[in-house]
Structure formats: C-alpha cells, structure tokens
Design a protein. Structure first.
Length: 95
C-alpha cells in the first residue's frame, strides 16, 4: 500500500468504531429480515464461505432498500436467493 500524502484524494478511512457500528446495523437488519432458520443458515454459510455470506447480506440489504422484500425471508426463500447468487452461467462455444 502506498503511504498517504497530504492532498491525496482518497475515500475516508473507516475507523474501527464505524466498522463496529456498520456490523451492528447489518446484524440488526438480518434479524429483522430473516426467519430464525434463515439466520441459522446464514451463520453456517458465514463459517464455511465468509465471502458468500457477505455477498448474500449485501444482496438482501439491497433488496430491502429497494422495497422488493415483503415480509420475513424464510429458509426456503434464502435457498432460492443462494441458488441465484451461486449459479454460474454456462457458455457454449460454437465452432
């Protein structure tokens, strides 16, 4: 990483306190949006694939902010969202 010089235009550095506050808000939202079973599934995913869990949380927050989430997300709905996120597109090469 390059040292910062006065006058460099970079985003503000996030302090540990701000990170803690963001995590608390994210956890609050997940508890509000997900059913008990879905929260447990997200916790298991976080243990095995933290990157996927972060991507899933971000996707759920975006759905919530856009108003596309109606009510609590069940475990089955979470599985469907996971399928959408993890499905890789197949490409056919035609010769």
């Amino acid at each position: 990483m390059l040292p910062l010089k006065q006058g460099d235009v970079l985003e503000e550095q996030v302090t540990p306190e701000q990170m803690k506050q963001i995590e608390e808000m994210k956890n609050f939202l997940m508890k509000k949006l997900l059913s008990k079973e879905a929260i447990e599934r997200l916790g298991r995913i976080r243990l095995v694939k933290p990157d996927l869990a972060a991507q899933l949380e971000l996707y759920l927050i975006q759905l919530y902010q856009s108003g596309r989430l109606k009510g609590e997300v069940s475990d089955e709905q979470l599985k469907t969202i996971l399928d959408v996120i993890t499905t890789k597109k197949e490409f056919k090469i035609i010769k």
